[in-house]
Design a protein around this ligand. Structure first.
Ligand SMILES: NC(=O)C1=CN([C@@H]2O[C@H](COP(=O)(O)OP(=O)(O)OC[C@H]3O[C@@H](n4cnc5c(N)ncnc54)[C@H](OP(=O)(O)O)[C@@H]3O)[C@@H](O)[C@H]2O)C=CC1
Ligand SMILES: [Mg+2]
Length: 341
């Protein structure tokens, strides 16, 4: 019996080892592409491309499903020839990853070309990112989000802050340099905390005026300069709902492309049940209130479309599963349910 277990253990270990080495090799290859301009230029000829138009990703619809097509360099060339544009356009693409087989993936924004011509040629449409993230397959949304963020960063960092001179990008698009000042610019993300506050039996959700009607989410806020995650959670909860956090723990994180490249750091926080009276900051929030387990479970089942009632009011619904707020709410439900069991 022991021999069978040992053999199985060896097989699992060797599988994990092989998985690791695939991952490590892939990361090393990507790093080489970022650092080596000529290798990356060569990779552009064999890579696949995700297309954007003024930062909106290109999607194809088959039946009710949306797909994010990956085009070959040859297909891109064919499109560019339609516009009598040169292949040099391909150099404007940015490296966003590679497959396990080391086929590099690039994102390319063809915003200067006529959108409808590309759409009819490739039989699809450029779709607003906010919509695209929620209709494509879950594995594609992080890729679209990071690709769009990188393209957006290049758009807004064409000039050096110090000299006002144009900055030059490397081939992969992982940085920009001002040759006059010698300053190197790297893509940036803003850290944002998002926290689900609980008093032990209820959780606190709020609405910003810009949210779609009926949607409630966890509290969020940009980290201040010099602040750590714990301090940001304490401050945001105090600022937005006037409560003092007693304890908190980290859950997970997510890159979020709105308004432009945030690193969402998700936490759970506890406040004392005896000191749980909300004092809402009306400048930032439209509503903030406590929700019981039953109301949360019902809200999770609700579709935005089905939340409108006959009298024009809206029943609460929560962010979709692609948003980290959704994950925090589900974790809270699990935790409450296990406490009740
Ligand atoms: N993925 C998810 O599940 C969720 C993601 N989010 C994201 O979190 C982000 C932050 O949440 P929010 O509650 O609005 O943040 P805050 O509570 O910090 O309020 C936003 C305001 O902070 C100011 N601000 C401070 N630093 C920055 C910065 N680096 N970039 C932009 N604005 C800054 C701006 O004010 P002013 O314009 O007056 O200068 C802005 O309007 C949002 O962009 C939202 O998309 C939020 C909830 C859920
Ligand atoms: Mg906020």
């Amino acid at each position: 019996m022991a021999a069978i277990y040992q053999a199985a253990y060896r097989r699992v270990s060797s599988l994990i080892c092989r998985l690791h080495s695939t991952y490590v090799r892939k990361m090393r290859y990507l790093n080489e592409l970022k650092e080596d301009d000529s290798l990356c230029r060569q990779a552009q000829t064999s890579g696949t491309f995700y297309l954007f138009h003024n930062l909106s990703p290109f999607l194809q619809k088959v039946g009710e499903k949306y797909f994010v097509p990956q085009l070959s360099a040859a297909e891109i060339k064919r499109i560019l020839e339609k516009f009598k544009e040169t292949e040099q356009w391909i150099e404007m693409s940015v490296l966003i990853g590679c497959s396990d087989e080391h086929v590099p993936r690039f994102a390319l924004d063809l915003g200067a070309l006529e959108k409808s011509v590309i759409e009819s040629e490739l039989k699809g449409s450029f779709t607003n990112l906010q919509k695209a993230l929620f209709v494509v397959d879950g594995k594609d949304s992080p890729l679209l989000a990071s690709a769009q963020s990188l393209l957006q960063w290049h758009n807004s960092h064409q000039y050096c802050n110090k000299t006002g001179q144009p900055t030059q990008r490397n081939v992969s698009g992982s940085k920009r340099v001002c040759h006059a000042s010698g300053i190197t610019y790297y893509p940036q993300m803003s850290p944002v905390i998002i926290t689900l506050v609980s008093d032990g039996s209820r959780c606190l959700l709020a609405r910003q005026p810009s949210f779609p009607q009926g949607m409630y989410s966890a509290l969020s806020g940009f980290c201040d300069m010099g602040e750590n995650v714990e301090e940001a959670v304490h401050r945001e909860v105090a600022e937005e709902v006037g409560l003092e956090v007693e304890s908190l723990w980290y859950s997970s994180s997510q890159h979020w492309p709105f308004p432009s490249s945030c690193l969402m750091i998700a936490c759970h926080a506890i406040v004392r049940a005896q000191q749980a009276e909300i004092s809402m900051n009306k400048l930032e929030l439209e509503e903030a209130r406590w929700f019981g387990l039953e109301e949360i479970v019902e809200g999770l089942k609700r579709e935005p479309r089905s939340s409108k009632q006959d009298d024009g009011s809206f029943l609460p619904w929560f962010p979709p599963k692609q948003a980290i707020a959704h994950q925090l709410i589900c974790e809270w439900v699990k935790q409450q349910t296990s406490q009740l069991a």
